[in-house]
Design a protein around this ligand. Structure first.
Ligand code: PEP
Length: 255
């Protein structure tokens, strides 16, 4: 099955409403027209800029995603945001389990297991982030860690919805560090994740898009995106510059 590449920019805690307003026209003028575009493009923005992004992206085919979501429909969860709050704004998807949230906000596999079905039921496309720490890689624990993260997070997703999820393989040691996994390392880990999905459903494994994330830049994107199992990229720091981000999208178009 041919999978459409997907390049998503994760703004993290960047992007006031004014910055979001300035950013979109600069990005859109550099992307191929939506009817000719061979790559899906997304922007993962802070909650406060989501409605601005939705408005600015209207008709462009660029998806707008949140960077987190609570699993409960509503209730006593101060500071949290529900799926319905996102869909009300016209948001298309949500990043779940980013390593910065796992590290700083105690996001764990158990919560992700609840969040994924909630996001899917609400019509939000989830990008599930998984990845090993440097210590885990050095100790030969990469596969064990990925297996645990993928299996636990996907446990309550029915087989026929697995293919609707996007997974981002993001080695923690490569995020925001300027150190990128080699193309071979990215391919190996992503092929392993695809095999984990195949243990549940071969059909879903053929359909599911698995991205690489970790210091992807305009000058290293093409080599990583050329790997057969790498279906795109989740781009952090380099997505803040719309020119550089569009260059990464173009590298995915040419893959
Ligand atoms: C990310 O935020 O998901 C990410 C991969 O960041 P960076 O590209 O800056 O390493």
């Amino acid at each position: 099955m041919k999978r459409k590449p997907y390049v998503a920019g994760n703004w993290k805690m960047w992007g006031t409403r004014r910055q979001a307003r300035d950013y979109f026209p600069r990005l859109l003028e550099r992307l191929a027209p939506v009817a000719e575009r061979t790559v899906d493009v997304g922007i993962c923005a802070p909650f406060t800029a989501l409605d601005v992004c939705v408005e600015a992206a209207r008709g462009s085919g660029v998806r707008v995603l949140a960077q987190n979501m609570h699993q409960a429909a509503e209730g006593a969860h101060t500071g949290e945001i529900s799926a319905a709050m996102l869909t009300e704004l016209g948001v298309d998807g949500v990043v779940l389990g980013h390593s910065e949230r796992r590290r700083d906000h105690c996001e764990n596999d158990r919560a992700l297991r609840e969040k994924l079905p909630v996001a899917l039921a609400a019509g939000l496309e989830p990008i599930l982030c998984v990845g090993e720490t440097e210590e885990e890689r050095e100790q030969g624990e990469t596969e064990r860690r990925l297996r645990q993260q993928v299996w636990e997070a996907l446990e309550d997703v029915p087989d026929d919805r697995l293919g609707d999820i996007v997974i981002a393989y993001e080695p923690v040691w490569a995020i925001g560090t300027g150190r990128t996994a080699t193309p071979d390392q990215a391919q190996e880990a992503i092929a392993f994740i695809r095999a984990l999905v195949a243990d549940r459903s071969r059909e879903a494994a053929a359909k599911i898009r698995i991205l690489y994330g970790g210091s992807v830049k305009p000058d290293n994107a093409a080599d990583i995106l050329a790997q057969p199992d790498v279906d795109g990229a989740l781009v952090g720091g380099a997505s803040l510059d719309p020119v550089g981000f569009a260059t990464i999208v173009a590298a995915a178009e040419e893959r």
